[in-house]
Ligand binder design. Structure first.
Ligand code: DX5
Ligand code: ZN
Length: 220
């Protein structure tokens, strides 16, 4: 599939999200951070707003669910029109069943790991997943500093994917910018969330292009 850039709207203007997503027309996906004020200490949007957002853009939605009880709540985001739904393994009682349900309802199934959650216990789940998300900040807020300590885990995840021969995408989220994206590529990531880097730029879509160019150059 190659490099994909998935800007997060967490740092966009929430009062004007339709216009904000129109500013990133060249993005591969729009990354939508769903937070419930329990799994993380921040609150964003629910399925009704996500459904409205899906109607407002042709770019597919990549939902990142930072919510408790993912088993019961994730399918609402498939029904809201998201093409990819990521749940946190720390919030899922039955991650295999949940990934299968997400796929059965027609979306890509993805699982996220917080910085302190290891990949090794989940090696055998990789064939069940369309994407693995490795957080490179503690989830909850945009604009945090990239955690280099997560790079070895990205590398190990890529090795495990190669070992299993799976096509699972490897997404990184948190502190991704022109300064840090090359490190992520070199470690083996191929899908890049960038929130503040994109929405603090004068021209968000140009930043998407710059991030893509830098990542592609690092791949070569
Ligand atoms: C953080 C969110 C991220 C966030 C990234 O919990 O999951 O998607 O928006 O923002 P930056 O790119 O500013 O770290
Ligand atoms: Zn996110």
């Amino acid at each position: 599939m190659g490099i994909q850039i998935t800007p997060s709207i967490l740092n966009a203007d929430f009062a004007d999200l339709g216009a904000e997503v129109a500013r990133i027309g060249s993005a591969d996906w729009v990354h939508v951070d769903v937070m419930d004020n329990h799994f993380v200490p921040n609150l964003t949007f629910g399925p009704t707003m996500v459904e409205a957002l899906a109607r407002a853009t042709d770019v597919p939605l990549d939902a990142h669910l930072m919510i408790e009880d993912a088993d019961r709540n994730a399918l609402a985001y498939v029904e809201a029109g998201c093409g990819s739904v990521t749940f946190h393994v720390e919030a899922a009682a039955a991650p295999v069943r949940l990934a299968r349900e997400i796929r059965a309802h027609g979306a890509r199934a993805s699982m996220a790991l917080k910085p302190a959650t290891p990949i090794e216990p989940y090696e055998d789940l990789l064939p069940e997943l369309d994407m693995l998300l490795i957080m490179t900040v503690e989830p909850g807020f945009g604009g945090q500093k990239f955690l280099d300590l997560c790079l070895p885990k990205i590398r190990r995840a890529r090795e495990l994917m190669d070992k299993h021969g799976v096509e699972t995408w490897l997404q990184v989220d948190g502190g991704v910018s022109l300064d840090t994206i090359e490190r992520c590529v070199e470690a083996g990531a191929d899908v890049f969330v960038a929130g503040s880097a994109v929405y603090s730029a004068d021209d968000p879509d140009r930043m998407v292009a710059e991030l893509r160019a830098k990542a592609e150059a690092a791949t070569a």
